[in-house]
Design a protein. Structure first.
Length: 232
């Protein structure tokens, strides 16, 4: 039986295409079944992500929607920041430097403020894990708040991130305030509420409201504090 040259070329091309298709399917099935990532480097915005160090991880470990090889990158299948920092943190199993993944991060230059975009990603993680020191050390508060402190925390401050966080846990006030800092406002000893114009007003009124509206000495004072002035 005589087969034309064109037919041979056509059959050869078809066979090659089928082989590629089968190979591709096998590779995809292998990756899908094993739940492994492909190892291909990817980029999204300023993030340059190399899958190679993560080849032994399950896709679902990072991607909530089980992203597979060849799937288009979108906001729906990108891992959340809190997933990354489970390993990428100080003392963790992976590097903690931001520049490991972020190409446009300038560590030496802090942003003018934390934008809405920052707050949705890094801010949420910082709030729940108390991890501001990834970017800030204890001496950088003055970079945002200058050196002159306000006379009191206004209602606007109380509703801001710092105020709300302090409201959940009063012990966190010492992040900015030293233990003896009350004396910077209350210099007179023994202290007189009347002489100082204390009327449960201003910042004190906000404090009373947050403590249930009860005008009690214990709102500001510990039970054993009376004895520091009233020894008898």
């Amino acid at each position: 039986m005589r087969i034309s040259r064109k037919l041979l070329i056509g059959l050869s091309g078809l066979g090659f295409a089928v082989a590629l298709l089968i190979t591709g399917c096998v590779d995809n099935v292998k990756n899908d079944v094993a739940g492994k990532i492909s190892g291909k480097p990817l980029s999204y915005a300023d993030v340059s992500f190399d899958h190679s160090p993560h080849e032994d991880m399950d896709c679902k470990g990072c991607h909530a929607y089980g992203a597979t090889e060849g799937e288009e990158i979108s906001a729906n299948n990108l891992p959340a920041m809190d997933i990354c920092v489970t390993c990428h943190k100080e003392g963790g199993d992976a590097p903690s430097e931001c520049s490991t993944c972020h190409s446009e991060v300038d560590i030496a230059k802090a942003p003018a403020d934390h934008t809405n975009g920052w707050e949705r990603i890094h801010g949420t993680q910082a709030l729940f894990s108390n991890s501001c020191n990834w970017c800030h050390d204890e001496t950088t508060c003055s970079d945002c708040h200058a050196t002159e402190r306000p006379m009191s925390h206004t209602p606007t401050w109380a509703r801001s991130g710092h105020g709300r966080e302090a409201d959940f846990d009063r012990k966190q006030c010492d992040t900015c305030h030293q233990a003896d800092e009350c004396s910077r406002c209350h210099q007179v000893k023994p202290f007189s509420h009347y002489g100082a114009g204390f009327r449960f007003a201003g910042g004190h009124a906000d404090l009373i409201a947050k403590r249930g509206g009860t005008r009690s000495c214990r709102v500001c004072h510990e039970p054993d504090l009376c004895s520091t002035c009233h020894s008898n």
